[in-house]
Design a protein around this ligand. Structure first.
Ligand SMILES: Nc1nc2c(ncn2[C@@H]2O[C@H](COP(=O)(O)OP(=O)(O)O)[C@@H](O)[C@H]2O)c(=O)[nH]1
Ligand SMILES: [Mg+2]
Length: 331
């Protein structure tokens, strides 16, 4: 009995990484919501490529037979894996659940709708395995398939706008910020705090990677539209409004000084505009007749100064958060 701790320490020294996990464990995360048409083929395709990988299907209150089919397919193939049900609706919640639950070395995330090529998974995980990337993105744009296959121009425009902004803010050159086909290493997954509920998850992953200076590699992949009878869970108009909200949020959280600085400039200018008659009164008569405008101008200038102060405070806070994050990585 008394010898147990010694043995443990010896084992621990031999393999300081983790005793319970084999090296290079690959986990494939498949969020699935009403995907009964395609889930079986998706699981089979990934299992065929990576027979030893752990496949986690995160079902989300699907009204169809997704859960049963996924379970049956895993069993039939003799694949390692499980189907879990996440009660809170949304792809973000599904991925959050998967990332919290699985301990692997390499994580792959893909759609359960047969749109991404499973046979390219080797190319996706290779840079992560080699330690040259923290996140690899299957880029649907470069091969031109996505534009041809995806018949929603508004959706494409929204994607383009957000991508432009993010690339500009982070001086990056990412081609496909919203791809759902990705591979990650454990450090990325275990330091990624998922606060988004739904489809913003892909954009959020790219933001996390850029902001925290993780290495991103994009690999062009083929993209097929969903098979007939299978429908996207994305709603163009609802998600179009979300694109705008996303842009505001990105600026507010990732560039607070820029966001509140521009607000300060805007209010400052409006204040000056309101002050024009006030000053001309003073110059002409040495008296102010436009008293309400004088009050308005003063109020606007106060708001401007406050915006700037808020921006500076938030900027300092986000700087501190970055230092904390880096310290956490070193630990
Ligand atoms: N678990 C879960 N998965 C979801 C949810 N919404 C979408 N998905 C899955 O996320 C993947 C991407 O969704 P999809 O509709 O294909 O989006 P698109 O590829 O952008 O058109 C698919 O596998 C969906 O089944 C959800 O609310 N919960
Ligand atoms: Mg899809």
């Amino acid at each position: 009995m008394a010898k147990l701790p010694v043995i443990y320490i010896l084992l621990h020294l031999e393999n300081p990484i983790n005793l319970k996990e084999p090296l290079s464990e690959v986990a494939i995360v498949l969020p699935a919501y009403n995907e009964e048409l395609t889930i079986a083929a998706t699981i089979s395709a990934f299992h065929e490529q990576l027979p030893h990988a752990y496949i986690l299907v995160v079902n989300n209150n699907s009204a169809d037979a997704t859960e049963e089919i996924a379970n049956a397919t895993l069993q039939k193939l003799g694949a390692r894996g499980a189907v879990v049900t996440e009660a809170r609706q949304g792809k973000g919640y599904a991925v959050r659940r998967a990332f919290a639950e699985i301990h692997a070395d390499v994580y792959v995330m893909a759609d359960a709708d047969l749109t991404y090529p499973a046979e390219r998974v080797h190319d996706l995980i290779a840079p992560v395995m080699a330690g040259t990337a923290d996140m690899v993105v299957g880029d649907r744009q470069s091969m031109g398939h996505y534009k041809n296959e995806n018949k929603r121009p508004l959706h494409n425009f929204g994607n383009w706008l957000v991508s432009k902004l993010i690339n500009k803010l982070f001086s990056a050159k990412l081609v496909d910020i919203m791809s759902g086909y990705r591979a990650f290493n454990r450090q990325f997954v275990k330091t990624y705090s998922i606060l988004v509920a739904g489809f913003q998850i892909e954009t959020d992953m790219s933001l996390h990677a850029l902001d925290k200076r993780f290495r991103i590699v994009e690999i062009p992949v083929e993209y097929k539209d969903r098979p007939a009878g299978s429908f996207s869970k994305l709603n163009t108009f609802g998600d179009g409004a979300k694109v705008l909200l996303t842009i505001v949020k990105i600026l507010r959280f990732y560039r607070p000084l820029m966001f509140f600085g521009w607000a300060a400039i805007l209010f400052g200018m409006l204040g000056l505009l309101a002050a024009v008659p006030v000053f001309s009164d003073w110059i002409a008569y040495r008296f102010i007749y436009h008293v309400p405008l004088a009050l308005l101008a003063a109020a606007l200038e106060l708001v401007a100064v406050m915006s700037l102060a808020v921006g500076l405070i938030l900027d300092a806070i986000s700087y501190q958060a970055k230092m904390d994050f880096e310290r956490h990585l070193l630990r």
